[in-house]
Design a protein. Structure first.
Lengths: 402, 306
């Protein structure tokens, strides 16, 4: 006798689908179990990735990758003053060294006075980290004198619109007791607003401001931002800085640290998700096996009509496959719903706290595709045993089984 | 009219001297006792105008397939066929070493009381139940040696099966149930639905094509089941109690349809029933009782139908 062609997939699919539809509750429970597992897995993994990306981004944006920050641990031996600055500038790989000088002071407009922070930086300093980003307006030039950029808190202090660059001028005065400045800076024009939300501060041109400070009592720099030409220069430049007694914080280090921490977190989240899926698949195994017992008669009839063992097996696997695909799809949808609810919750909280909600989840397509694949795989593995049992069923026992 | 062939006198000594009357009677019948103690046997003989004889009396006592060469037109041959269920105390021999032949074009009615093993015999012939001992050959091929593929072909192409309990697929409509065998043969969907619809129409069920089995009456399911058994045009029809769930009128329709399948379409039919009405249509009757078989002589039957 000739070989028998296997049952067509296009014929098999409606049969499997019909079987799923006939026992709607059982099918829905099975698909629901798998879907829940997939949803938990996807939710946790996208949250893990989202948090990592969020953290790395905020670090990355705070400085360009080609810069690092020099600080000191001991201001007596290794002070961050003009001597320190020139030491840093001697290092060949370093293209630019941009110090930040912070002093306490006062600002006045008309007869309104307020205590503020005066930050003296070079124009290139703007944008090197998150808080020194220029939100509105433009940075000043190196040779500028009576100009400044302000923070939103500064504007709030003077009850001004925080979205617009004010068209008025201020008088600035560093704390005379500490720094001994004789002259105040008069009629300072506001050029723009910086992102800094930490204080009511003004950003002034460093070169001009340093000429006003007397040598004694003059404070050290808060830190020096160093710029190199290529990524490869980071390593020698930072070693050189360290060898001069200073401390270095590079972005690359930070990103690496964050990646390590988050890969642990992600693994933990992934394992939790996998446990959820395994629990779900045990449930699915159970329902598929029970479904087999319920359908012995049907399988017997099919065999009596000439459906081969291999076709019965494939039919059951097709059914498991369908459950896997549906479970995966519903699960991903469910994960999106969980994400949406989470974001919504945070939005409500943020509304109360007047903040912005960052992007918490990253839905990489390959992650979603693997979740789908995982669901199908688990479903198929789970289906193997019931499928084999169904294939080996004695048709008459099955038919007599009422 | 054929003269009654009385069973020959049992010349063996009776071992059943001191067993109860009822059992003794059954035993006597089983041995082919000269006077038919079973009133049913008498009734059948009257109905047919032929005598029933145990197969052992038909020259096939300890038959092996080698003893009797395969003959042209022979479809089934059963040799010392035995089926037992259970083990130990639950051991039960349902079929006790019976032998017979079925030729092409025959209409065999397997008749007997409920629980006598009629369905079991039919299931063995359909290859769904393996015999405990003995052999079944289909067109000279031993059914026990069929591979999965050969068995599939046997079911898909050679036979049409109608089960006692209809056995429709609950998740499929009447139409899809009938179309199922055609699906297995790989026919295109359009065509197989068309053919199946025609088949349903033939059984007066066209308007129920879209109904699911649980939306059909017992009689309707029975007819869908028949339609399914015939849709792939099998030469051999194995039918189990086709009128078991039908009223007299519906039963008559099914009965005459099966007769037509035999007489006009020349199909070979093996039909299990305990409905005596079928006996007159049969070319041969297998009477089963207590696991043994009595039958009308095939040679005699052959001549009679000329
Ligand atoms: N799977 C089985 N296990 C045990 N006994 C069975 C099984 N199938 C059938 N029998 C027994 O075999 C006998 C014959 O059954 P069956 O062939 O259905 O009889 P009939 O069709 O003549 O009414 C019955 O006594 C029945 O209980
Ligand atoms: Mg029966």
């Amino acid at each position: 006798m000739s070989r028998v062609a296997p049952m067509r997939f296009t014929d098999m699919l409606p049969l499997a689908w019909g079987a799923l539809r006939r026992n709607r509750l059982r099918s829905m429970l099975t698909i629901g179990a798998i879907a829940f597992g997939v949803a938990v897995l996807v939710y946790l993994l996208t949250l893990g990735i989202g948090l990592r990306v969020l953290t790395i981004d905020s670090v990355r944006n705070s400085t360009t990758l080609l810069s690092f920050t020099v600080t000191t641990v001991n201001n007596d031996f290794f002070p961050l003053n003009d001597v320190g600055l020139s030491k840093v500038r001697e290092i060949p790989q370093i293209a630019k060294a941009l110090p930040r000088l912070t002093v306490a002071g006062e600002a006045a407009f008309g007869n309104k006075r307020a205590s503020i922070t005066i930050v003296a930086v070079d124009p290139d300093y703007f944008g090197l980290d998150e808080r020194s980003k220029v939100v509105t307006g433009v940075p000043f030039n190196e040779s500028d004198t009576n100009v400044m950029l302000v923070t939103t808190q500064f504007l709030r202090l003077f009850e001004l619109d925080t979205a617009k660059t004010p068209l008025i001028t201020f008088d600035l005065q560093a704390d005379a007791k500490r720094y001994g400045i004789v002259e105040p800076i008069k009629d300072v024009i506001v050029r723009g607003i910086v992102a800094d939300t930490s204080a009511a501060a003004v950003y002034v041109p460093r070169q001009y401001f340093e000429t006003l400070l007397k040598q004694e009592g003059r404070p050290n720099y808060e830190h020096i931002k160093v710029l190199v030409k290529t990524i490869a220069d980071i390593e020698p430049a930072s070693s050189a800085v360290i060898s001069k007694g200073y401390k270095v914080q590079t972005v690359v280090d930070t990103v690496d640290d964050i990646n390590t921490v988050f890969s642990y977190i992600q693994w933990t989240l992934g394992v939790l998700g996998a446990i959820a899926i395994i629990v779900a698949s045990i449930g699915m195994f159970n329902t598929l096996t029970v479904s087999l017992l319920e359908r012995t008669r049907e399988i017997g009839i099919m065999k009596a009509l000439g459906v081969r063992q291999s076709d019965v097996r494939r039919l059951f696997l097709t059914e498991a496959l369908l459950i896997g695909i549906l479970g995966g799809a519903v699960g991903i949808g469910l994960a999106f719903a969980f994400q949406y609810l989470t974001i919504l919750t945070f939005q409500v909280l943020a509304l109360i706290a007047e903040g912005i909600v960052p992007k918490l989840f990253v839905n990489d397509w390959y992650l979603l595709a693997s979740a789908m694949g995982f669901s199908v795989l688990i479903a198929s593995i789970t289906g193997i045993y019931p499928a084999n049992r169904a294939a080996k069923l004695n048709p008459i026992q099955a038919i007599r089984h009422e | 009219m054929e003269t009654l062939k009385m069973p020959p006198v049992d010349e063996r000594e009776s071992p059943e001297a001191d067993i109860p009357q009822e059992t003794a009677a059954a035993y006597e019948f089983q041995q082919g006792g000269n006077t038919s103690v079973d009133p049913l046997v008498e009734a059948i003989q009257q109905e047919l105008g032929k005598s029933l004889q145990p197969t052992a009396q038909l020259g096939m006592p300890a038959l092996t397939t080698d003893d009797l060469p395969y003959e042209e037109g022979e479809i089934f041959r059963a040799v010392n066929l035995t089926k037992a269920y259970g083990q130990g105390a639950a051991y039960l021999e349902v079929i006790k070493g019976i032998s017979f032949c079925v030729k092409e074009g025959e209409y065999v009615v397997i008749y007997g009381p409920s629980g006598s093993g009629k369905s079991t015999l039919l299931h063995m012939l359909s290859g769904l139940e393996p015999p405990t001992r003995g052999e079944i050959r289909i067109r000279n091929h031993a059914i026990q040696k069929f591979t999965d593929d050969e068995m599939a072909i046997y079911h898909r192409e050679e036979i049409g099966l109608v089960f006692q309990s209809f056995n429709l697929l609950d998740s499929l409509t009447a139409l899809d149930n009938v179309a199922f065998p055609l699906m297995l043969s790989g026919a295109p969907r359009e065509w197989r639905l068309h053919e199946s619809y025609k088949m349903l129409d033939r059984f007066g069920l066209a308007e129920f094509a879209g109904h699911y089995p649980n939306q059909l009456s017992g009689g309707q399911q029975q007819r869908v089941s028949l339609a399914r058994a015939l849709v792939h045009d099998p030469a051999l029809l194995l039918v189990d109690e086709p009128t078991g769930n039908l009223d007299t009128k519906a039963a008559d329709v099914v009965m005459s349809e099966i007769s037509r399948l035999h007489l006009q379409e020349k199909r070979t039919i093996i039909l299990v029933t305990h409905n005596r009405e079928f006996l007159k249509h049969a070319t041969r009757v297998f009477y089963i009782r207590d696991g043994t078989l009595m039958t009308t002589n095939p040679e005699v039957e052959g001549e009679e139908h000329e």
